[in-house]
Write a protein that binds this ligand. Sequence first.
Ligand code: ASP
Length: 340
Amino acid sequence: MVKKRICIIHTGGTIGMIRSANGYMPKAGYLETVLDSISDLHDESMPLYDFYEMNPLLDSSDMAVNDWNKIGEEIAKRYEKYDGFVVLHGTDTMAYTSSALSFMLKNLNKPVILTGSQIPLCEVRSDGQDNLVTSLIIAGEGRVKEVCLYFGGRLLRGNRATKMSADGLLAFDSPNCPRLAEAGISIRYLPVPPPPRTEEGLPLDLRKFEDVPIGVLKVFPGISFPIFDKLMTEKLRGIVLETFGAGNIPGEGDSLLPIIRKAFNAGSVVAVCSQCPQGTVSLGTYATSSPLKEAGAVSGFDMTTEASVAKLYYLFSQSLSKEEIKHLMEENLRGELTKN
Ligand code: ASP
């Protein structure tokens, strides 16, 4: 049987960090030699891999839109040569990157799995080895042909994943989408419908992002909206509004709505998400959410903030009209939302 060939793309993150006087930091050239010494990776049963390291390696907290573009480019360049990709990445913004790649890699028909670790490979009890070995096996099996995130035994849809724990080893989950697979003694794939596909057999179409100004505003009790008035200018193209529960905002004083209307009239797209990790926005269920719709906001339904931010970047990079962007924000493009 011909062995599958996987490309590991190392972007940085804890998994390949070493200790320094200022705390853990990535070190160029280090991880490849560590992988050479992990016997599981070279077992007969494992797919073959090639290793590519990005320059510079980053703590994922330092990643920005252009870094997503670079990762997308590296995958696109090698797309025909490999059966799948494992992207090693820091955990802090892994769910943003997995969301971004899910939109950027249009017509993807191979596994792209992001993983990393909470404890570096250079330390005892590192979770990095299992995360990497299992990701490689899943990429080689090729059953899930989409952007995914694998961590702590869970294979998650990339644009549904969110970091749930700053220090636990089960650091990610996808509360609004069933896990794609669970890895215990064996790897059990679950019957989750794949993301909507355009036509089969189309070549990969890399849609790089422009660095458009996007904002996220989290509503909280006592929020003084006039303070945010200055932020809501025509410079801000997209705003993710993290509301209470099913899309509710404080009605007292009615001060948010004039700001949303102002943003809307200035051409911004305002997407309403929930602060609750599980469940969906339903504009109009309560009197406290109806005015948002009237002010021109769109529903993010059950999208994560990570996916909403990435989707705004994606749509604003596609030469679409504001009306088209508003419409597509509410459509399921890559499995990122469930419409109610
Ligand atoms: N700060 C690190 C990063 O996101 C944390 C990690 O990798 O777990 O790159």
